[in-house]
Ligand binder design. Structure first.
Ligand SMILES: Cc1ncc(COP(=O)(O)O)c(C=O)c1O
Length: 377
């Protein structure tokens, strides 16, 4: 299988991840607790170890402000539902994944908030000045992704963060596609809430992710319950991370994520993926039956490419790639309907190829040749 669906979840995971998850389950698979038996303490060590590593990676001052979540959607819901109050206004963009758009829309439909969704500028992202113009005295939150899961285009989050801070808004960044390949410094970028999965470019297993909660953000919990320690309080203990982290953690997943973080090479991965993307573009751009969507330029993109083939639906192309060439891509709207509307590819969407650190030149060449064959009919 040539796996080009890394934007959904990365594959293959490094062997050290598989080994550590197996070891943890076989040898010390307890539920975490600071004051518990040896297995509980071992699980707690892993939970804390990942917190510390993630805090270091994203320059979060206090590791207790890293809240373990089950994926990026979970983290985004925690952020959005936790910080917004009745009467608030939110500025967001047409680039967003449904993991931001749907929780916001549900709050709009409930009559709680209003939302301004900024359209793209001509080069596939949203200019920082558009955020400045859209912010009103009621704007509590500015929410944007860091890199598009459809086109790979990178948003200028540093400039947007400055504008959000100047206007005293909270700044939420969805780093689903960028965590593990792009530098993220929550302090330098004025990010108050950073949501990311552990299972994409951080190379951990599914069921992992986190939310970094900056000191300016006061969140209500969106789940309450056991915390493995303080059981006396009738309500959720208010200190982080337990305030937001009820229930048994995904300890086996965190064991895998912990060692996945050990071997990450974000800069090399980005350079590798951009070089492969350029190779693919060079191979397909001259084909009049293949359209590359969204103005991708490797210098300002991640390794994600969206394509359409003349006269073929994206589902048909993806099915043919899978069944005849054993190539895994993702067709459709990629949970980003507003973006596909702007790109003119709604409702059928595109064929998305997303690369990973183990994708090879020869896999790119095979993919480009397969596209050429399908395009030729
Ligand atoms: C930009 C973006 N945001 C959010 C998500 C949701 O991530 P998860 O699948 O970890 O919930 C994705 C998933 O592909 C994504 O690409």
């Amino acid at each position: 299988m040539i796996y080009l669906d890394n934007a959904a979840t990365s594959w293959p995971k490094p062997k050290r991840v598989l080994d550590e998850m197996t070891r943890f389950l076989a040898e010390e698979g307890g539920s975490p607790s600071r004051a518990g038996h040896q297995f509980a303490a071992a699980a707690e060590r892993i939970v804390q170890d990942v917190r510390i590593r993630l805090a270091r990676m994203f320059n979060v001052e206090d590791p207790e402000r890293i809240i373990h979540c089950f994926n990026c959607t979970d983290a985004l819901n925690m952020a959005i539902k936790g910080c917004l109050k009745e009467g608030d206004h939110v500025v967001t963009t047409a680039l967003e994944h449904n993991s931001i758009s749907r929780p916001l829309q549900a709050m709009v439909d409930a009559g709680l908030i209003t939302v301004t969704r900024l359209p793209l500028t001509s080069r596939g992202f949203v200019e920082p000045d558009a955020f400045r113009s859209a912010i009103t005295p009621r704007t509590r939150l500015v929410a944007t992704l860091h890199a598009s899961n459809v086109t790979g285009v990178i948003q200028p989050v540093e400039a947007i963060g400055r504008i959000a801070r100047e206007h005293d808004c909270l700044f939420l960044v969805d780093a689903a596609q960028s965590a593990g390949v792009l530098d993220i410094d929550v302090q330098a970028m004025n990010i108050d809430l950073l949501a990311f999965p552990g299972h994409k470019s951080l190379l951990g297993p599914t069921g992992t992710g986190a939310l970094c909660v900056g000191p300016r953000a006061q969140l209500k919990p969106w789940r309450e319950g056991g915390t493995g320690g303080d059981s006396v309080h009738p309500t959720q203990p208010q200190q982080l991370p337990t305030w937001l982290e009820a229930g048994t953690q995904n300890t086996v997943g965190l064991a895998g994520l912990s060692v996945a973080l050990d071997g990450l090479q974000p800069e090399q991965t980005l350079a590798h993926e951009c070089a492969l993307m350029q190779r693919l573009l060079d191979a397909v751009l001259d084909n009049p039956r293949i359209r590359v969507v969204g103005d991708p330029t490797p210098a300002r993109c991640l390794g994600v490419v969206s394509l359409t083939l003349a006269g073929r639906s994206p589902f048909e192309v993806a099915t043919c790639l899978d069944s005849s060439f054993s190539i895994a891509v993702r067709p459709g709207l990629h949970c980003a309907p507003y973006l596909h509307r702007e790109l003119g590819t709604f409702p059928e969407g595109t064929v998305r190829a997303s690369l990973g650190p183990t994708t090879t030149e020869s896999e790119m060449d095979t993919f480009a040749a397969a596209l050429g064959e399908i395009a030729a009919g």
